[in-house]
Design a protein around this ligand. Structure first.
Ligand code: C5P
Length: 235
């Protein structure tokens, strides 16, 4: 098969985790390393795209010195949303690999939260962050504007009665994106590692565009997995 080209296309890739401040020294964060998102940016650039990489907090270093990858750093989900909206205008594809915090502390304490002598523990109230992906899909649906290809990720821990594939199918429907990449995560799985296992699910429209009626699975390095996703983004 000829490698599908992204020559002349613009692709926005988000990577890493968001950090939600609680007080001037503390935050809520997550274990996203940024590796999968960086691999996606590199594969998209290798396929010829101009890539806008929007990176949150990462353990890995973002790709530097690549002529076709620009890197912008953000911390919070709200900053990520602003960057994604700005970068997505006119882009051909958006790949949302970032691990966005679903919740943020409802109140930011201007001074460091202190221990008190009365034995009372502080209570942290959380509020919802915007769902950047779902909002963008909804904006595209209502206005007709936005990236023709929108790719979401689902990190499921599985376990219990949860069937990760079924959860991913539901998430694809709920978010309304074109492709959804499922990976199973946990303490020693995926996060921070170089290997991964992914399943790429496509919406009905994307299925007919791709000529694929079943999810495509891949186990290997994050670079290879990124190639599998980028190839489907290009079609
Ligand atoms: O709902 P869940 O967090 O599992 O969805 C994951 C997908 O949605 C990822 O592509 C992630 O980047 C995106 N997301 C988002 N905004 C949020 C939460 C997740 O765009 N607040």
């Amino acid at each position: 098969d000829a490698q599908p080209s992204l020559q002349g296309r613009t692709v926005v890739v988000t990577a890493g985790g968001t950090r939600e401040p609680l007080d001037p020294v503390r935050y809520l964060g997550n274990r996203s390393s940024g590796k999968q998102g960086f691999a996606l940016a590199e594969q998209a650039a290798a396929a010829g795209a101009q890539v806008h990489l929007v990176a949150g907090i990462t353990e890995a270093e973002p790709p530097t010195g690549h002529a076709r990858i620009s890197v912008e750093r953000i911390e919070t989900a709200e900053e990520l949303q602003e960057a994604v909206r700005r970068r997505s205008a006119g882009a051909d594809a958006l790949i949302m690999a970032a691990a966005v915090a679903d919740f943020r502390p409802a109140d930011y304490a201007q001074a460091k939260i202190k221990k008190t002598d009365d034995g009372q523990n502080p209570v942290i109230t959380l509020e919802r962050n915007p769902d950047i992906l779902a909002d963008l899909v909804e904006h595209r649906r209502s206005s007709g504007e936005g990236p023709p290809v929108i790719v979401g990720f689902a990190a499921e821990t599985g376990g219990g009665d949860d069937d990760p594939m079924k959860l991913a199918q539901q998430k694809l429907q709920r978010k309304g994106c074109d492709l959804l990449v499922l990976n199973q995560v946990g303490e020693n799985l995926v996060f921070g590692r170089d290997e991964t296992e992914i399943h790429v699910l496509a919406s009905a429209a994307a299925q007919s565009a791709l000529g694929e009626s079943e999810p495509v699975s891949w186990r290997g390095t994050k670079a290879e997995a990124a190639g599998v996703v980028v190839a489907r983004t290009a079609q």
